[in-house]
Design a protein around this ligand. Structure first.
Ligand code: FDP
Length: 359
């Protein structure tokens, strides 16, 4: 019933572009290409159980193609599609150690960092998983004319304008300098949530027409919540302040709405999405579990920073718990890890005070 009136994501992106007369349309083009990749992944995720059966029986799917692991499929889908979209100069993915170059001649003015399939331990058990993305403007000169990626050659017609490839340095930027960030969650339905800095908007995929429709305009995270999401199995690896905070959330105190309820899925994107909609605080703090990961588990460029950008534009906050706002961190490595404490603003303020030993 809603279809004829529903606002499609492409219409929404065009509306955003019209608000900026100076825009070239590159960011719109980039988002639209990413959305096609997301729809491709969504279709494959929905086939996961079946693909597994087919994979075990002969390692080929019904089209006669080799069955790939879903995270590998998602990585390849995004990287191959985006390498030739003409709007990027370089990419980085959770699945790849080094930077991912774009196709020669297709260099553009943006960078893309992505986690192709977050929550991979949940893939095989039919629990929500997702794709997270972060877009920055490149720092280096693109070497292209400002009016676009292609020029017309009188002899040969359209051909790519020559451009300069990007480097890791283009990707290593602060979260607050993102131009767009978002995620796609593959759950009971597939949803896209993103922001270009003008509100956070959610779109739900109607698989029968293959279109995302605006279903959650201008999402605002509740200021205070009654949910906390943390892997409490790590309790003995936390410092005293962190333990005291979690103990505090579990104490009974009607006036402050305690005890809080615990909700932990173990897919960052799913835990984050639930908290964004209902209110909540997600914590993956630093711990002493592994000397290799003293700063927590989650990655700055394609997990913490994009979700921090979204939550702040929805009225929430994201911090490390050691005195830093996630969006202020200058990334130094592609796969840098950070502690992440993210969610409803008043809960984050309170957690910050606990972690600083002030409460
Ligand atoms: P996963 O290991 O399943 O890929 O970043 C990875 C991540 O999942 C997040 O999605 C999730 O929030 C977190 O790790 C879960 O870690 P724990 O198993 O240590 O709780």
């Amino acid at each position: 019933m809603y279809r004829p009136l529903g606002i499609t994501v492409s219409r929404h992106i065009m509306d955003l572009q019209r608000m900026h007369p100076e825009a070239t349309g590159d960011l719109s083009g980039l988002l639209n290409e990413l959305i096609v990749a997301a729809k491709t992944i969504s279709a494959e995720v929905n086939m996961a159980g079946l693909a597994d059966v087919l994979g075990m029986s002969g390692k080929t799917n019904i089209q006669g193609e080799e069955v790939q692991k879903l995270d590998e499929f998602s990585n390849n889908t995004i990287k191959r599609r985006m390498a030739r979209c003409g709007y990027l100069c370089v990419m980085t993915s959770e699945e790849e150690e080094d930077i991912i170059p774009v196709d020669e001649g297709d260099e553009g003015k943006y960078t893309l960092a992505f986690d192709p399939l977050d929550g991979s331990s949940n893939i095989d058990v039919n629990v929500n998983i997702g794709t997270i993305f972060s877009i920055h403007r490149r720092k280096s000169d693109s070497g292209k004319p400002p009016w676009g990626r292609r020029k017309t050659d009188p002899e040969e017609g359209w051909k790519p304008a020559e451009g300069k490839p990007g480097s890791a340095d283009d990707l290593l930027q602060k979260g607050k300098d993102q131009v767009a960030a978002g995620y796609i969650i593959y759950g009971s339905s597939t949803m896209l949530v993103f922001t270009t800095g003008e509100g956070v908007h959610g779109f739900t995929l109607d698989p029968s027409v293959g279109e995302f429709y605006l279903s959650h305009p201008d999402i605002r995270i509740p200021g205070k919540s009654k949910y906390y999401s943390v892997n409490e199995g790590n309790y003995s690896y936390w410092d005293d302040n962190m333990r005291r905070y979690i103990d505090y959330l579990k104490e009974e105190d009607k006036e402050s709405g305690r005890p809080y309820s615990s909700r932990y899925i173990g897919s960052l994107v799913a835990d984050f999405h639930r908290n964004l909609i209902t209110g909540g605080i997600f914590l993956y703090p630093k711990d002493n579990k592994s000397p290799a990961k003293p700063t927590g588990k989650l990655r700055l460029l394609y997990e913490a920073a994009p979700l921090a950008f979204i939550v702040e534009h929805a009225g929430g906050r994201a911090i490390t718990g050691d005195g830093r706002d996630i969006l202020d961190i200058q990334s130094e490595e592609l796969h840098q890890r950070v502690p992440l404490i993210i969610g409803s603003k008043l809960d984050i303020d309170e957690a910050e005070a606990f972690l600083a030993g002030k409460m």
